[in-house]
Design a protein around this ligand. Sequence first.
Ligand code: C2G
Length: 136
Amino acid sequence: MRRVITYGTFDILHYGHINLLKRAKALGDYLIVGCSTDEFNLMKGKKAFYPYQERKKLLESLRYVDLVIPEENWEQKPLDIKNYYADVFVMGDDWAGKFDFLKQYCDVIYLPRTPDVSSSNTKNYINECDKISFRQ
Ligand code: C2G
């Protein structure tokens, strides 16, 4: 059984996330997702719209995802790879090169990011729509 691991916030789940998770799962038989906790997001300078428990639930509902674990810090990846017997570490290529140090533990693959969609763009669009409807 080839086990794949990836990490992210996965806020306001969108087709860019789904594309990533689908391709990550296709690289093996079992996909583990490290979902950033709300506390870790603060360390990443991000504030998710949905709290961790809800983002975890959404990820667990996806056919591509087999296990969701909390991502609490930058340092846990080597231990996760060891503890969950991960053979492949996958991230979108906006992270290209940033996790090459994990090559000593497992394969490292960066997949092309899906263009033109992001949680922050979605949030900005909704905020703009609110402003327009509020003015009318
Ligand atoms: N992604 C993608 N295409 C998009 C948006 C995101 O392929 N249009 C990918 C990202 O490259 C990442 C994953 O989806 O691999 C999750 O994206 P985010 O939730 O934005 O994760 P991020 O904040 O980058 O956190 O330790 C790693 C960090 O936790 C990653």
